[in-house]
Design a protein around this ligand. Structure first.
Ligand SMILES: *[C@@H]1O[C@H](CO)[C@@H](O)[C@H](O)[C@H]1NC(C)=O
Ligand SMILES: *[C@@H]1O[C@H](CO)[C@@H](O)[C@H](O)[C@H]1NC(C)=O
Ligand SMILES: *[C@@H]1O[C@H](CO)[C@@H](O)[C@H](O)[C@H]1NC(C)=O
Ligand SMILES: *[C@@H]1O[C@H](CO)[C@@H](O)[C@H](O)[C@H]1NC(C)=O
Length: 732
């Protein structure tokens, strides 16, 4: 190569030196030109002063270009290139006798525009459509290849290999049927065309986004507040429709002719201050490029009703003599007229005052004659409304009065009278009598009323009070019901606390410390009684003649220092209105045991066979145990005595010995003793038969009872009270 190059250089230098004639053509050999472009072929020479040129085609057809000579060059200009220029061009240059020729092959093509994607219609989900990929003005068409993709997915491809009849530009296209789905939204068609010319490939592609449509559907209307309206109301209707692209909303109203009158292009249609004529069918239509869908709604606008209110209400209860005002007021009416009448179609007694939107009936002093059902008629723009008010009058001026037939006495029936004065209407009256919470009696005065007048009604009841009722409340309830049943009745009430009297039933006496005392000790006598009210207490002493000597009105009688003369019967009397009860107590005041004398009569020294009386006396001490004994080695023998004396009719020798008298009290015992000496008589056998005797103190007439008294006293002390009378009684 270097050798060859080296050789040609040598040649070139030789030619140049000799001004060798040379011809070049450019571009060299081969040219691809697009139809419509401009193309120049240049032939230039060197080594010649004035060369001449000639251009021709291989097959001697016209050049389809113009030539231009610029000094040593000739240029063939094809402006613009056409399919006729597809030739092998020959350039011939002549310089004197020298002639040189060069050839260049010109190939033409046409591929001027990107492919076009054409659709047979809009892409509607679910509807098949023809997709065409079109490649315009192609030459040579037998070397065209077209591919159609959806995204990355090849839909179809084609090689256009059929032979061409003539050299002309053709438009080639590729078609496919395609059914779009919602998943195709956002994808694109890609149409790619390739033109193979010689070894060169030209490529063009078009990307076309898929415009997928959904026809409007699910068109719905929401209405607020309601489809049923009143004159003057406002309504808001909102319409929605689904589709792609989002449908436009159009509101219209259906006219009587059936045509639609367009109202708004806004999804929300608000109508204010509606009139009855606005009633009708409203149509909402959702519209987009590929379809429309509509919904209808009927609005009903009703005539505005005027309203009538009455006050205080449909039932009015008025106290006799009171001022009564009945009012009727109207809303939503410009100029109402009012008319009042009673149920008997007579004009009312009171005065009627009309204002703009209300009318008032004034009754100065309600009386029986005003008791009516009042009817008020309101007329507004030819329409009428009527309301009724029942006026009832009543009289219930005082609380009930409770009367009793007499004082309350335990166990004695008493009549209670509960009286309600000056009542009207008494057939609505109810009286209840209660003891605390317990209903004793109740009465409703439901009889027919013949006259309109004030009446006094009472409830009578007999009951038997007991002590336990004391302190309880007797309640008389009077209720005056209204004609309107479910309203609260008027109520009045009186209460009286019960005090039940009872005769003093049981008198109780406490003696402190004991009813048997020693001289000088104090004693408290306490008396109580359970009567009600608390009875009056009177302490007295019973005198020997049976009369009572009053001592004290206090419950407690105190003897600070007792004397034996205070012994005796004391009486407590409890007195109240119902009577007197009494109770006795015996006080025994003992002297200290002293002055005990033990004597033997006729002497302490007797002869066998004599009669001897041994007697023990204890002064005037009433309550002493006297025991007469004979001492013996084997033990003491108690002698049976009569009136403190023991009589030995025929004294024996064995009767000699020591005799003892023992007086026993709570304080202690005292002993007296004597020694009886019995002198024996000759030949006389002495029979000794000692008897056991208890010798009592002879000075007291009640000595035989003393043992019993002490017994009962002890028993009574245990119970805390003592009644000698009772004790004596129970002994008998
Ligand atoms: C033809 O002309 C071009 C530029 O004008 C030049 O480069 C080339 O060498 C010429 N060829 C010949 C054979 O003279
Ligand atoms: C639709 O109505 C709303 C509310 O009344 C308003 O804000 C909006 O501008 C309206 N749109 C059109 C298109 O009239
Ligand atoms: C109860 O009172 C009424 C009215 O005061 C009287 O008519 C009636 O006689 C009285 N009854 C008794 C038992 O007091
Ligand atoms: C008698 O009552 C008075 C006053 O309650 C009391 O101080 C006194 O101790 C009582 N006497 C006896 C003996 O109970």
């Amino acid at each position: 190569m270097v050798m060859i190059l080296g050789a040609s250089m040598v040649l070139w230098i030789l030619f140049a030196a000799s001004q060798a004639f040379k011809l070049d053509i450019s571009p060299q050999d081969k040219m691809i030109a697009q139809i419509g472009d401009s193309l120049s072929l240049t032939c230039n020479t060197t080594g010649c002063e004035s060369p001449s040129f000639s251009w021709r085609t291989q097959i001697d057809s016209p050049l389809h270009g113009r030539t231009k000579i610029e000094g040593s060059k000739s240029v063939l200009i094809m402006d613009a290139v056409s399919s006729e220029n597809e030739h092998s061009y020959l350039c011939t240059a002549t310089c004197g006798s020298q002639k040189l020729e060069r050839e260049i092959q010109v190939n033409v093509y046409s591929f001027p525009k990107d492919p076009e994607v054409q659709l047979s219609g809009p892409l509607e989900v679910g509807k098949p459509v023809m997709v065409k990929c079109l490649v315009p003005d192609v030459y040579p068409s037998d070397s065209l290849e077209v591919e159609l993709f959806k995204g990355d997915h090849l839909l179809t491809t084609q090689m256009f290999l059929e032979a061409m009849e003539k050299k002309s530009l053709v438009t080639k296209s590729l078609e496919v049927t395609f059914t779009p789905g919602t998943d195709d939204i956002g994808k694109a068609f890609v149409c790619r065309a390739r033109l193979h010319i010689d070894s060169v490939t030209k490529e063009r592609e078009t990307v076309e986004k898929l415009q997928v449509y959904i026809s409007p559907k699910n068109t719905v209307i929401s209405v607020y507040p309601s489809r049923r309206l009143q004159e003057g109301d406002a309504v808001m209707m909102t319409c929605s429709s689904e589709g792609l692209p989002a449908p436009e909303i159009f509101w219209s109203k259906k006219l009587d002719s059936g045509n639609l009158q367009l109202l708004s292009g806004n999804a929300t249609l608000t109508l204010i201050a509606m009139r009855m004529e606005d009633s009708g069918i409203y149509v909402c239509e959702g519209v987009n490029l590929i379809g429309r869908d509509k919904a209808e709604l009927e609005l009903v606008v009703q005539e505005k009703q005027f309203t009538v209110d009455i006050s205080p209400g449909p039932w009015v209860s008025a106290k006799i003599g009171d001022l009564v005002t009945l009012e009727c007021s109207v809303d939503d009416c410009d100029s109402p007229t009012f008319s009042w009448r009673t149920e008997t179609d007579s004009p009312p007694n009171g005065e009627v005052r009309n204002e703009r939107a209300k009318s008032v009936l004034i009754i100065e002093h309600a009386s029986f004659e005003d008791e009516h059902t009042y009817l008020v008629t309101v007329t507004c723009a030819g329409r009428k409304l009527e309301k009724t008010i029942h006026l009832e009058v009543y009289s219930f001026p005082k609380d009930p009065e409770i009367e009793m037939s007499g004082p309350l006495v335990h166990g004695t029936p008493v009549t209670i009278n509960c009286t309600v004065p000056d009542v009207y209407p008494f057939n609505h009256l109810e009286i209840e009598l209660l003891k605390e919470e317990t209903m004793l009696m109740n009465k409703r005065f439901g009889e027919e009323m013949s006259t309109k007048s004030l009446e006094t009604k009472s409830l009578e009841m007999t009951f038997i009070p007991t002590i336990e009722d004391t302190g309880k409340d007797l309640v008389c309830w009077a209720k005056l019901h209204n004609g309107e049943l479910d309203s609260e009745p008027k109520q009045r009430q009186s209460t009286q606390t019960l005090y039940v009297n009872a005769a003093p039933r049981e008198i109780t006496i406490w003696v402190s410390p004991s009813p048997i005392l020693y001289e000088g000790s104090p004693v408290n006598l306490t008396c109580s009684s359970d009567g009600f009210p608390a009875p009056k207490i009177l302490w007295s002493r019973q005198l020997n003649n049976g009369e009572l000597q009053p001592l004290s009105e206090d419950a407690m009688l105190t003897l600070t220092s007792t004397k034996t003369e205070d012994s005796g019967i004391y009486v407590c009397e409890g007195t109240d209105q119902m009577g007197t009860s009494k109770k006795l107590v015996e006080l025994i005041i003992q002297a200290s045991p002293k002055d005990i004398q033990l004597t033997a009569f006729p002497s302490e020294s007797v002869k066998e066979g004599d009669t001897v009386i041994i007697s023990c006396t204890c002064g005037n001490m009433p309550e002493t145990w006297i025991i007469l004994k004979k001492k013996a080695k084997t033990g003491d023998m108690v002698l049976k005595s009569v009136d403190g004396s023991y009589t030995i009719l025929k004294a024996q020798l064995q009767d000699a010995g020591v005799y003892e008298c023992e007086s026993k009290t709570k304080v202690g015992s005292q002993l007296r003793s004597l020694t009886l000496d019995v002198k024996g008589r000759e030949n006389k056998k002495v029979y000794i038969s000692p008897e056991l005797l208890a010798l009592y103190c002879a000075s007291s007439l009640i000595i035989p009872a003393i043992g019993m008294i002490i017994y009962f006293a002890r028993k009574a002390n245990m119970k805390g009270s003592y009644s000698l009378v009772e004790a004596q009684k129970s002994k008998v």
